[in-house]
Design a protein around this ligand. Sequence first.
Ligand code: PAF
Length: 288
Amino acid sequence: MERFETGAQWRLALDDARSEGKTIGFVPTMGALHEGHRSLIERARRSCDVVAVSIFVNPLQFGDPSDLERYPRPVHHDEALLSAAGCDALFMPSVDEMYPDIKRPLISHEGVGVLGDLFEGVDRPGHFDGVATVVALLFELTGPCRAFFGNKDFQQLAVVRRMVDALGLPVDIVACPTIRDEGGLALSSRNTRLSREGRRHATAFHRALLAGAACFEQGGTPSQVDDAMKQEADAEPALALAYAVVVEAASFLRPALFEEAVEYRLLIAGEVEGVRLIDNAAIDGSDR
Ligand code: PAF
């Protein structure tokens, strides 16, 4: 695995690979890698000639400075996981390298639209502007590629797709299923901040999604589906619920009634032990 710290070297190496006719599979990350990331890298490995991964903890997408401060950075563990998973090229730029003179997001509502103001955008203002900015810069440096993102961050995925369309970038976005632990907890770098008990409590997110899916299956209306999820989440006292809703998967709008041809998504977020966690599922409860 080759390591790169400057954008110029990264771009040159990937341009060289493309000039030899190779395809690039790109997995952008903030490190603290887990089995969810491994599954993205393996997916990239299966469909592309060169697997390129970035690790950059992006200050622009953190509202709370202490959240940024506490973000885990286990560099040796990450490098070992990447080598074992089949990563060919690792880009680890410094903040100065990525943002020589940027203090705030470059992309805001023109790129991300109202999508950035809903759900996670309400509780974390400016978060998606920061995500869209760094992903646009990383795509710019990486060049034409297939980019692999987990469905776990479903709203992020929608924002990135919209940004790619708005800017006309030569990137094919590939959505990959959420990876869960044996209790159903969606894997996330934030889980390392939970105690063993906390992880057990946090499995309530997945139970709530399954309760929403079961209610839909039994002919429930959108508000009944929301209530079924809330009821299941509220049964876990350690979980402070932020929202549990069914939305139209494309627009993130909340439906009044379900319609045949429309795709829906169940979204949930909240805190366990002071750690904010999110999860989602398709309306049938699956992670596709
Ligand atoms: O999902 C993440 O790890 C980050 O939000 C991303 C996409 C790498 C942008 O910093």
